[in-house]
Design a protein around this ligand. Structure first.
Ligand code: NOJ
Length: 771
C-alpha cells in the first residue's frame, strides 16, 4: 500500500487525523480479516466492509467520494484522469460511452490508492434508447406493472453502457400545469405517485441491486419542488408543514420504505431554507423519522447555489450548510472538494459527520456489487430497442392515452367505411417531438410516428392525405390552412395531431399560457368548418387548457408525449383495435387562472355548488348587486375543471352498481372491504380503471374532500361483470394531524367507487377505537 502522488490537490498539509486514520484503518483491517472473517466464514457484511474501507480512508479520499463530476461528452475521462487517480471523484455523470466508462473505472480501481469504483449517473427518466411515454403519461396508465416493466427495460439498456445509477423517479407532486417539469412527474396525487414511484424504483433496482441490468434509483426532488410559485421553474415554495407531510412527502416516504438507494435535493427554497441546506427535511424527517440509510445527492450545483439564494456568503459556507444538513454528495460543483477539508481542520465540521455521509455512499457501491464487478461488457446485456423493449414501450403508450371526449361515438374510426383520411398537424410525423422531454439517449430514428403507423394499419385501401400545416406547434402562419381545410373537406375523416413540441415542457420550460400554442386553435376551426368528423390527437408534456377547441372537435385522444412506439399505440386506438384505458393523473383546468386546481382539495367553509355560483355574463347590469355566490369559485370559470382527475372514457360503456362495505363499523387496526359491481354494458371488450376514494368527514385538521385510496385495472368482455374489491386498512386512512404525527382518527368516513374522481357510488362507515 502506498500513498498516491497527490497531484492536483492544493492542500498538502500534514494532518494528524489522516495518519491516525490510516493506522487505525490498518488495525481495523487486520482485526476484521482475522477475527471477524474467521467467525463469519470469510464473509463480511456490507456494513463491515464499509467500516473497514472507511477506516483506511484519508479525509481527502472521503471528500472525493462525496464529489460527483460531470464527465460531459466522455472525453472528460482524459481530463478527469488525474483526479480519478487521486481519489478526488466518487461519481461521474453524463458519460454513456461504455469504453470511456470502463476506462474511468479502470483508473479508479487500478490506479487510485484504495481502488473504489465509481457511481456512474445518468438521467434515465422515461427510457434510454427505447423511450417510454413521459412519466406523466405513464401515470395515466394507473398500472404499476407496466411502469415497473418500463423501468426494467430502461435499466437494462442503460446498464449496458456502464451507467449504474439513474436520477429517477421524479415524484414531486405537481398541481401546476404551467410548471414544465410536470411532464416528468407522476401527477398530482400522493397515493398514485407513491404506487407508481415505488413500481419504478422496483423496476430500476430489481430485488438485487448487484444483479446485472439493475441500477440504483434516485427519488427526487426532496422536497416540494412541484409547488414552485406560479409554476416558474426553480422558484420559491411555501408549503405549510401539515401539507408538506400529508401531500408532498408521501411519495418520498413510500420510496424510502421501498428501499430507494438515493434521494436528490430540490433546487427550491422551502420556507426560507433551500432544500439543499434543509436539515429539517434531510435530518429530522429523512434520517430520524424515516431511518433512511441510503444517500442524498444535491441537484446540479445546488450546493454552491445556496450562496445565490442568499443563504451563505460563498462556497465555503455553502459546503458547511449542505454537509451539516446531510447532503452526502455534491453534484457537479466544487464546494465540497474545495472547502470540506478546511472546515474540518478548523473544527467547524467534525469527522464523524463526514464519515457518516461517506458511509451512505460506500454502502451503495457495495450494494451495487461494484467492488466485485466494476466493468461493463455490453455483450452481457440486452441489445438496445429489442422486440421486447419496443413491445413494452407500445403497451405503456397504449395504456397511457386518455380518451377525453367522444361525441356521437366518433371513435373508433370504422375502416370499412373509409376510403380517405386527412392526417393534419405539426405532430403527426414528428419522430423527435413524440419522445418528449429528458431523452438524452433516446433515438428518434426508432420512433414510429402517428402518420406512419396509420398508413401501415390502413394499408392500400384507404388514401391517407397528410398536411403538416404548421412547421412547429408554435407556428403562427395560417397560410397552409387553406390546403388543410381543402384536404379535410375531400376526406371521409380528419385526424388532427396537435399539442406541444418536446421543448415546451421539462426543466426550465414553464409556460404562463397553456393553450395550444401558435395558430393551432385557428387550424382546428378551419378544419372543423370543412364539415367532416374531426378527431384530435394531442401530444403534450402537460395538461393543456382546451376550452377553446373542446367543442370544435368530435373526439380527443390525449396522448402526452408517448415515446418511441407512440404511433402504433395511437393508430390501434383510432381504429378500435384496442380501446382507450388511460385515466387522468392530473386535473385539467378550463383556464390557466384556475391553477392550482386539484381534486383532493379542502372543502372550505363556503364550498361552491352549481346553485351557488354566478357567471360573469349573468350579472344583471340593471339591478346592482353587492354579493354574488358567496362561495369558493371564479366568476368567469366556475369551480369545476374541464376534466377531473381520474377521468378517461372507453369505447365500451361501464356501469358501477351496488357499492357494498363489509362492516358499517370498523375498529382501529382492522380492515374493511369496499366493493362494487363493475358491468360492461356494451359489445366491446375493454379495460376500465376502477377507483376508490375516501373522505374523512371530520378531522382534527381539515381533510380533503376526497382522496384516492385504491385503483384496479379490470378487463371485461362484452356484457361481462365483475365485483371489484378494495381492502382498506384503517392505517391507510392515517394522516398527519396537529401534532405532526401520523395516525388514523376515529369517526365517519365516506367511500366512493367509480371510473373517475367523481365516483358517485358512495357509502359511509365509522372507525371506532378497538376494544
Ligand atoms: C438538474 C435536474 O433538476 C435534475 O433532475 C437532474 O437529475 C440533474 N440536473 C442531472 O442532470
Amino acid at each position: 500500500m502506498h500513498y498516491p502522488l497527490r497531484r492536483g490537490i492544493p492542500d498538502l498539509k500534514f494532518r494528524w487525523f489522516d495518519v491516525y486514520t490510516v493506522l487505525h484503518g490498518l488495525m481495523v483491517m487486520m482485526f476484521m480479516s482475522t477475527t471477524l472473517a474467521n467467525e463469519l466464514g470469510d464473509t463480511l457484511t456490507t456494513e463491515q466492509r464499509v467500516s473497514q474501507l472507511l477506516a483506511t480512508m484519508t479525509l481527502d479520499e472521503k471528500i472525493g467520494q462525496m464529489s460527483q463530476r460531470n464527465a460531459g461528452d466522455c472525453h472528460a475521462s482524459h481530463h478527469l484522469g488525474d483526479d480519478l487517480r487521486a481519489g478526488r471523484i466518487g461519481s461521474v455523470l453524463n458519460c454513456v460511452d461504455v469504453d470511456s466508462v470502463n476506462e474511468m473505472q479502470r483508473i479508479v480501481v487500478e490506479e487510485s490508492r484504495l481502488g473504489i469504483p465509481l457511481l456512474v449517473g445518468r438521467d434515465v427518466i422515461h427510457g434510454f434508447k427505447t423511450v417510454l411515454p413521459i412519466p406523466l403519461g405513464q401515470a395515466a396508465t394507473f398500472n404499476p406493472e407496466i411502469v415497473k416493466r418500463g423501468a426494467e427495460v430502461s435499466a437494462e439498456e442503460a446498464a449496458s453502457t456502464g451507467v449504474n445509477w439513474t436520477f429517477a423517479p421524479m415524484i414531486d407532486i405537481s398541481r401546476d400545469a404551467r410548471w414544465g417539469r410536470i411532464a416528468e412527474s407522476l401527477g398530482e396525487d400522493p397515493y398514485l405517485a407513491s404506487q407508481l414511484g415505488v413500481a419504478m424504483i422496483q423496476g430500476f433496482q430489481g430485488s438485487d441491486l448487484s444483479a446485472k441490468g439493475t441500477i440504483a434509483a434516485c427519488a427526487k426532488h426532496f422536497a416540494g419542488y412541484g409547488a414552485s410559485e406560479s409554476g416558474r421553474d426553480y422558484d420559491t415554495t411555501n408549503i405549510p408543514e401539515n401539507e408538506l407531510r400529508n401531500v408532498y412527502l408521501r411519495p418520498f416516504k413510500a420510496a424510502v420504505e421501498a428501499g430507494v438507494t438515493t434521494l436528490m435535493t430540490s433546487f427550491s427554497d422551502l420556507d426560507g431554507i433551500p432544500a439543499t441546506a434543509n436539515d429539517f427535511l434531510l435530518r429530522k424527517i429523512l434520517r430520524e423519522e424515516w431511518q433512511f440509510d441510503g444517500f442524498v445527492v444535491s441537484d446540479w450545483d445546488s450546493v454552491r447555489q445556496l450562496h445565490v439564494h442568499g443563504l451563505t456568503d460563498g462556497d465555503r459556507g455553502s459546503a458547511y450548510e449542505a454537509v451539516t444538513a446531510g447532503v452526502n454528495m455534491e453534484m457537479a460543483g466544487d464546494a465540497y472538494i474545495n472547502h470540506i477539508a478546511g472546515l474540518v481542520e478548523e473544527g467547524l465540521l467534525d469527522l464523524a459527520t463526514i464519515d457518516d455521509l461517506v458511509t451512505g455512499i460506500l454502502r451503495a457501491k457495495f450494494q451495487l456489487g461494484l467492488f466485485e464487478n466494476p466493468y461493463t461488457n455490453p455483450a452481457d446485456h440486452r441489445a438496445f430497442a429489442d422486440q421486447g423493449a419496443l413491445e413494452i414501450s407500445q403497451q405503456a403508450a397504449l395504456e397511457s392515452v386518455v380518451l377525453l371526449k367522444n361525441d356521437g361515438d366518433a371513435l373508433p374510426l370504422s375502416l370499412p367505411d373509409l376510403s380517405s383520411i386527412a392526417v393534419i398537424g405539426p405532430l403527426a410525423d414528428a419522430p423527435f417531438e413524440q419522445l418528449g422531454t429528458w431523452i438524452f439517449d433516446g433515438d428518434a430514428d426508432l420512433s414510429v410516428t402517428g402518420l406512419s403507423a396509420i398508413r401501415n394499419l390502413v394499408g392500400d385501401n384507404v388514401d391517407v392525405r397528410y398536411v403538416r400545416a404548421m412547421e412547429t406547434s408554435r407556428s403562427k402562419s395560417t397560410e397552409p390552412f387553406g390546403e388543410a381545410a381543402d384536404v379535410a373537406e375531400k376526406s371521409d375523416a380528419v385526424i388532427l395531431f396537435l399539442g406541444e413540441e418536446a421543448i415546451l415542457s421539462g426543466e426550465a420550460h414553464s409556460r404562463a399560457d397553456i393553450n395550444l400554442p401558435g395558430a393551432q386553435a385557428e387550424l382546428v376551426r378551419r378544419v372543423r368548418d370543412a364539415g367532416k368528423p374531426v378527431i384530435a390527437v394531442i401530444l403534450a408534456g402537460r395538461p393543456l387548457t382546451l376550452s377553446n377547441i373542446v367543442n370544435e372537435v368530435d373526439a380527443i385522444l390525449y396522448a402526452w408525449h408517448p415515446g418511441t412506439m407512440g404511433g402504433p399505440a395511437i393508430a390501434d386506438l383510432l381504429f378500435g383495435i384496442e380501446s382507450p384505458s388511460g385515466k387522468l393523473p392530473v386535473t385539467f383546468p378550463r383556464v390557466v387562472g384556475q391553477i392550482p386546481i386539484y381534486y383532493n382539495h379542502k372543502n372550505t367553509g363556503k364550498p361552491p355548488s352549481a346553485d351557488s355560483i354566478v357567471h360573469i355574463d349573468d350579472i344583471d347590469a340593471h339591478a346592482p348587486q353587492t354579493s354574488l355566490g358567496m362561495s369558493a369559485f371564479h366568476l368567469d370559470a366556475g369551480f369545476t375543471p374541464l376534466f377531473v382527475f381520474g377521468h378517461g372514457l372507453s369505447y365500451a360503456q361501464f356501469e358501477y352498481r351496488d357499492i357494498r362495505i363489509s362492516a358499517s363499523q370498523v375498529s382501529l387496526g382492522d380492515t374493511v372491504t369496499v366493493s362494487a359491481e363493475l358491468v360492461n354494458v356494451s359489445d366491446i371488450a375493454a379495460t376500465e380503471v376502477a377507483q376508490l376514494y375516501v373522505r374523512d368527514l371530520v378531522g382534527s385538521v381539515t381533510r380533503p374532500v376526497k382522496e384516492l385510496k385504491g385503483f384496479k385495472r379490470v378487463r371485461l368482455e362484452p356484457h361481462q361483470s365483475q365485483t371489484v374489491e378494495f381492502q382498506l386498512h384503517t392505517d391507510d386512512l392515517a394522516f398527519y394531524g396537529r401534532d405532526m404525527k401520523l395516525k388514523t382518527e376515529t369517526g365517519s368516513f365516506r367511500v366512493g367507487i367509480g371510473g373517475s374522481s367523481d365516483a358517485e357510488l358512495q357509502q359511509e362507515f365509522v372507525i371506532v377505537v378497538s376494544d
